[in-house]
Write a protein that binds this ligand. Structure first.
Ligand code: NAD
Length: 436
């Protein structure tokens, strides 16, 4: 099939590469010329394991190309996927401006029947809005269908998730249109749900809201564990082994960040309010999440007070491991609070330092390695649980530090091991331990 994917971000570029890999002719479109130029030169604008190799292979085989020319790409395609950003707007409402802009160009450019697929995360009702915008911009009536096909990939494992999704959701108003998508996804041999457009749009938000709820629930239990002298990692293990609960996303830490959960929960609360429903439960989830970084910095402050003149090594900037994405990363709030309390912050991240430079406070010092960051530090704060941090030579870290105190924002390390290694160790929702 001839496919156009609009937006070459985490979702669009990965989707385009995978569709090309399945044998389709794919044109990826973006309105940022530097992104298109970089992609044409073989440089990836984002870090995602396995992406570069897949993109380069499909470009070399002539199935994948990049352009800024959306009208031309639309005219060459049977299916157009919209994968542009839907950032937070006013009052938590998702800003669908980019989706609408793309829809208007599609309306102007189309010359024959087209399937327009919305993959961006959009509030329920946006499918209908996209249909209206396209119709309004057509110079003459040309039939088309709007499909909702929400995306569930996770940054860091986006290729794998796109090749082997748990389910593929297709929301369409007609069975025949759903069949086109079914055919496109058939080679993946994954479970598919065919439903109507509003239900598909709702599935995406309901899923993200539920996952966010699991995280905040674990964090609320962590707060209780700290008061009760229990260990949240044990509590959660005991809960997660219950098949009705499951261990995924049930982890205490600094809370959720990133480009999806924070904005999607806010947007869902806003949609609910618009529909006349006060989603109090989800508001509580957001509240629990909001206080995580503050609690973490408070614990550091209490232990090292005053923070003025103290050096804190911060490991991890990305909002989660295996990505360079720092949108809504907890590192931003942690670093800003530490700096405002007078601390010097030395940071290291395996992939996200370049992105961090525009966002973290100016005074932050960027380091080449975890050991460089730990050198002379009064405490080490682990913010992102990259695998390489798990396997650090902690003996060496301790020797480099001025004072061997660790604040583990992701419960990455075992308290007893840290005690034996000579650290004072503070996890989340577990009792602090003093060195042996
Ligand atoms: P992104 O910001 O990484 O990429 C969006 C791209 O769209 C950018 O390259 C931008 O330049 C381009 N763009 C914006 N307006 C455009 C226009 N008018 N014409 C052409 N290109 C335009 O965003 P993302 O992370 O890929 O997310 C895209 C959508 O998918 C969002 O709605 C997001 O909520 C959703 N989503 C994201 C993820 C994720 O993990 N990142 C997962 C599932 C769903």
């Amino acid at each position: 099939m001839n496919i156009c994917v609009v937006g070459t971000g985490y979702v669009g570029l990965v989707t385009g590469a995978v569709f090309a890999d399945l044998g389709n002719e794919v044109t990826c479109v973006d309105n940022q010329s530097e992104k298109i130029e970089a992609l044409r030169a073989g440089r990836m604008p984002i870090y995602e394991p396995g992406l570069e190799e897949m993109v380069l292979r499909n470009v070399a085989d002539g199935r994948l190309s990049f352009t800024e020319d959306l009208p031309r790409a639309v005219r060459r395609s049977d299916i157009v996927f919209i994968t542009v950003g839907t950032p937070p707007g006013d009052n938590g409402k998702a800003d669908t401006g980019a989706v609408e802009a793309v829809a208007s160009t599609i309306g102007q450019a189309m010359e024959r029947y087209l399937v327009v697929v919305n993959k961006s995360t959009v509030p329920v009702g946006t499918g209908e809005l996209v249909r209206e915008v396209i119709e309004r911009h057509q110079s003459r009536p040309i039939p088309f269908d709007v499909v909702s096909n929400p995306e569930f990939l996770r940054e860091g494992s986006a290729i794998e998730d796109t090749l082997r999704p748990d389910r593929i959701v297709i929301g369409a108003s007609r069975k025949e249109v759903a069949l086109t998508l079914l055919e496109l996804y058939a080679p993946l041999e994954r479970p598919m749900i065919i439903t109507d457009v509003p239900s598909a749009e709702m599935i995406k938000y309901a899923s993200n809201a539920f996952l966010a709820t699991k995280i905040s629930f674990a964090n609320a239990i962590a707060n209780l564990c700290e008061l009760a002298g229990a260990d949240v990692t044990q509590v959660i293990k005991g809960m997660g082994l219950d098949a009705r609960i499951g261990p995924a996303f049930l982890a205490a830490g600094l809370g959720y960040g990133g480009s999806c959960f924070p904005k999607d929960t806010d947007s869902f609360i806003h949609t609910a309010a618009t529909l006349g429903y006060d989603f109090a439960m989800l508001r509580a989830v957001v509240d629990v999440n909001r206080e995580r970084a503050e609690r973490f910095v408070d614990a550091i402050h209490k232990t090292l007070s005053p923070l003025s003149g103290k050096i804190i090594a911060m490991l991890g900037v990305a909002f989660k491991p295996n990505t360079d994405d720092i949108r809504e990363a907890k590192s931003i709030e942690v670093a800003s609070r530490l700096v405002s309390l007078g601390a010097t912050v030395r940071v290291y991240d395996p992939a996200a330092l370049d992105n961090a430079r525009d966002v973290l406070p100016r005074s932050v010092i960027y380091c080449d390695s975890s050991y460089d960051a730990a050198d002379g530090a009064d405490a080490l704060a682990l913010v992102t649980e990259w695998n390489e941090f798990k396997f650090l030579n902690l003996e060496r870290v301790r020797q480099l530090m001025r004072r061997p105190v660790i604040f583990d924002g992701r419960n990455l390390w075992e308290p007893e091991r840290m005690r034996r290694l000579g650290f004072e160790y503070h996890g989340i929702g577990r009792r602090p331990v003093l060195p042996a």
